[in-house]
Design a protein around this ligand. Structure first.
Ligand code: BTN
Length: 249
């Protein structure tokens, strides 16, 4: 098991994300380590194991102790109407870090999953309160196939199952935080428009059959406000928000 201890991770950090950096071998959820903490933007909490890891839509996020990357980043972004955009910013940074680690083409499944070969390698959970957003990221790194969560919804992969080798989690974490900070600064100052090319180049839903609020169509590009374009079967075009889309399997 590679260590995420502060003395291993801190020397690898190059920006202000990860300052401060908190590490717990075990906690309920890394989200809880930052909530109401009063810590500055960029504070990061990581753990080897969560006893109550949270996924989206009230689901649990299970981990194999010491094998995944489980982290949260505290942010104070521009006002919350832009919140759905933030999950795309995180997803882009996670996808880029995944590409560098695995040397494999990586997709962003709008609005917030990261896929390789159609398999989920990472999930993102944003929890907002007041002006603070705690951005939780779970990346499957060193799990073998047997130790990956078996979701009936989507099959999972880890960097290890994709590449056949183990990865140094501290190095992946440092690389991810650097990418995330750069993408976050671009977005905070100029909006999503400056990241659209990179996002759409990885748009895993592009061309998929979908239902937009029940109406059949084909998924198109992500647009500058973070919505997804859907070309409906009746010839109309719709821009959908997260929660308004079902993918036809
Ligand atoms: C999802 O795909 O449903 C989102 C999963 C997010 C999991 C991460 S692991 C680190 C952070 N702490 C949590 O309890 N959840 C997020």
């Amino acid at each position: 098991m590679t260590s995420l201890d502060a003395e291993v991770v801190r020397p690898l950090l190059r920006g202000s994300f990860g300052d401060p950096y908190l590490f717990e071998p075990k906690c309920t959820s890394t989200q809880d380590l930052l909530r109401d903490s009063g810590l500055p933007e960029g504070a990061v909490a990581a753990a080897d194991h969560q006893t109550r890891g949270r996924g989206r839509q009230g689901r649990r996020w299970e981990d194999a102790a010491g094998e995944a990357l489980l982290l949260s980043v505290l942010l104070r972004p521009p006002p919350t109407p832009a919140l759905p955009q933030l999950s795309l910013v995180v997803a882009l940074a996670v996808a880029e870090a995944t590409e560098r680690a695995t040397l494999m083409q990586t997709g962003v499944k709008w609005p917030n999953d990261v896929l390789v070969d159609g398999l989920k390698v990472a999930g993102i959970l944003l929890e907002a309160s007041g002006g603070t957003v705690i951005c939780g990221i779970g990346i499957n790194v060193n799990q073998t196939a047997e130790r990956l969560p078996r979701s009936p919804r989507r099959q999972a992969a880890s960097y290890r199952t994709l590449t056949g080798t183990q990865h140094v989690r501290a190095a992946v974490l440092a690389d991810l935080l650097e990418a995330f900070e750069a993408r976050y600064r671009t977005w905070s100052t100029g909006g999503l428009a400056h990241l659209l090319d990179e996002l759409n180049a990885r748009n895993a839903l592009l061309g998929s059959r979908v239902l937009a609020q029940g109406r059949p169509g084909i998924a198109g590009n992500i647009v500058a406000d973070g919505r997804l374009r859907v070309d409906l079967a009746d010839g109309k075009t719709e821009l959908v928000q997260s929660g308004e889309l079902d993918v036809v399997q």
